[in-house]
Design a protein around this ligand. Sequence first.
Ligand SMILES: C[S@@+](CC[C@H](N)C(=O)[O-])C[C@H]1O[C@@H](n2cnc3c(N)ncnc32)[C@H](O)[C@@H]1O
Length: 215
Amino acid sequence: MNDATAVDRYASHFVRPVDAVIADLESYAQLLRKWQAVQNLVSRETLNQVWTRHFADSLQLLSLLRDGDSSFMDLGSGGGFPALPLAIALKGGPQRFLLVEPNGRKASFLRTVARELGLAVTVLAQRSDEIDSRETPAPDIITSRALAAMPLLCEWMEPFFVSKTRALLHKGREYVEELAESGAHWHHDVVMVPSNTDPGGVILEITNLRRISVR
Ligand SMILES: C[S@@+](CC[C@H](N)C(=O)[O-])C[C@H]1O[C@@H](n2cnc3c(N)ncnc32)[C@H](O)[C@@H]1O
């Protein structure tokens, strides 16, 4: 399936009429195809399945959001997943998105999409571990897809975690081993939500992240 029906099931979470959201997603898909030639934004085999492999995969996070979730931080945004489809779906609402992507050309692409579609998005062209957490307000939600395994992700997320923060992380079927590894050094409360798009994969909801202190 490579069309807008792939995202229909999330329409009840959209802030604007479905047609307006679909039109913005279509514009985003066109920009992706245009920029793909200069910068590998998504793997070549998924470029023809943008609606299922990228848009629907990103939008599944909508059903895990709560009233009051308004500040988002996405680590390793690449071509914009999952953050940009969420920013498009929630455009017109109070939500604000901070996208972290150290690759300069990918960061330019993300800024272009945000500007052309009028999204509430700020792009930081830095590595996650380079951001000064004292100058970055702790977000309500941290997202990340295909950036790093759990031990490293915990390291990178921890400076931005406060009691309200939840991470919603796309993970493939290797999440069990990853959690066993991160659990040796990190305390985290974990809820595993089966992925709607990746058989065997999950969305990991992480709360109360803190390093286990060694005495
Ligand atoms: C495999 S891509 C995933 C992109 C996107 N999240 C997706 O799922 O399509 C990983 C991205 O993380 C970026 N990256 C690599 N190291 C990073 C770091 N330390 N902090 C933030 N982003 C990083 C890369 O430039 C790349 O765009």
